[in-house]
Write a protein that binds this ligand. Structure first.
Ligand code: SF4
Length: 377
């Protein structure tokens, strides 16, 4: 990396850290509402009715509230990782997609399904990786390295995707980078430095990395994990590659959310220590009720506990915000032109057209190649 690149990244990182901090402070000031069982039941009935009435499908990420995940499945929608969510949204025949997740997931759904309406419980649900990769600075970074193939993680804005040659999710990143390496291509990677570093070390690819991180996975601590392994010597450690390299070095399996779920079912162990957002425990426990799942430690030296293994933006997808979004949808009418909703995802056609190309490349690659669990198990 050139000296001036290092300076650029250093200055930018300080600004991005501030942006993420401001977002987190805003979230911390919002009250947290605990709903009684009766109220939850009422919300669920009204949401199921509204989804049906509005010809809408709920597509939820594994990190969202278990209540949303259950609702998605009960209503014929979908629960999955970001790649699976995008594919389901594109292929289902509903006229509206309700995306339970974070904003980049809503944008990907809209790009892949331009004729469908895409709404979210709240557009404030974002991601530290998205925030920390603003398009203007990212474009300058790409312009400074025209000899490199630009590969971006799905956790980026539509504008950043539009600047990329490839979009990847964590479930397919290694396969695509290996494919590019075989073609002799050098890579510019953004935005997650831990995932980028993991891919670089695993594949040996020539990768220049953008420097930002997921506030959830960055908090997992290697020393605490070693202590936990001593307490549970028979447990397998499953880690998401957005975690720091010292954590990944101890893990038995490193993989995306779907790959972690698959490993929990196929490995012989009965206990698992899991380094990813605790929202995934709902699906893990549902699929393997007789196994024990333990969250990897986030406490210890340098711990800030900004997330404690729970993404604050995923947490904004609540039953009240979901029902409110559906009520506005019902009130807006389904005829054309429909009223633009406050929580509707829009991506301008130029950006969407450009972002579609690297997204479609990933989907075509996935269709032609079988994904596999990566790790030491
Ligand atoms: S868990 Fe991390 S990567 Fe996922 S949405 Fe939250 S901040 Fe972004």
């Amino acid at each position: 990396m050139q000296k001036q690149d290092k300076h650029m990244i250093g200055d930018r990182l300080a600004a991005d850290t501030e942006l993420v901090r401001l977002h987190l402070e805003k979230l911390a000031s919002q009250p947290c509402e605990v709903l009684s069982d009766a109220v939850v039941r009422d919300y669920k009935l009204r949401i199921l009715d509204a989804l049906n009435h509005c010809d809408a499908k709920l597509v939820a990420h594994y990190y969202t509230d278990p209540l949303l995940q259950d609702l998605a499945e009960e209503s014929g929608g979908y629960v999955g990782d970001s790649l699976e969510m995008a594919r389901f949204g594109r292929d289902c025949d509903a006229s509206t997609l309700v995306v339970g997740g974070v904003r980049f997931m809503g944008e990907s759904a809209k790009i892949l399904s331009p004729d469908k309406r895409v709404i979210m419980p709240t557009l404030d649900a974002t991601c530290s990786l998205d925030i920390a990769c603003p398009i203007d600075e990212f474009s300058k970074f790409c312009d400074a390295h025209p000899d490199r193939t630009v590969v971006v993680y799905a956790n980026t804005s539509a504008a950043v995707k539009a600047r990329a040659d490839w979009v990847v999710t964590s479930s397919i990143a290694l396969d695509i980078v290996e494919h590019l390496m075989e073609r002799g291509e050098k890579i510019l990677w953004a935005p997650d430095r831990h995932l980028g570093n993991y891919i670089r070390e695993t594949t040996g690819a020539d990768m220049l990395l953008w420097d930002s991180a997921c506030i959830v996975h960055e908090e997992f601590k290697a020393r605490g994990l070693r202590d936990m392994r001593a307490l549970y010597p028979d447990a397998a450690i499953l880690a998401h590659p957005e975690s720091p390299s010292e954590v990944l070095a101890i893990a038995d399996v490193v993989g995306s959310t779907t790959q972690i779920i698959n490993a929990s079912q196929s490995l012989p162990q009965r206990q698992f220590i899991v380094a990813t957002d605790r929202g995934i425990f709902h699906k893990l426990q549902q699929l393997s009720p007789d196994k024990e799942f333990i969250i990897a430690p986030t406490a210890g030296n340098d711990a800030t506990c900004r997330s404690c293994a729970s993404c604050p933006w995923m947490g904004m997808n609540t039953l009240p915000s979901l029902l409110e979004a559906l009520d506005s949808l019902a009130a807006s009418g389904t005829g054309k032109p429909a009223t633009l909703l406050a929580n509707e995802i829009l991506v301008d056609s130029d950006t969407a057209g450009k972002a579609m190309l690297p997204l479609q490349r990933m989907l075509d690659f996935a269709a032609d190649n079988q994904l596999k669990v990566r790790g030491k198990a």
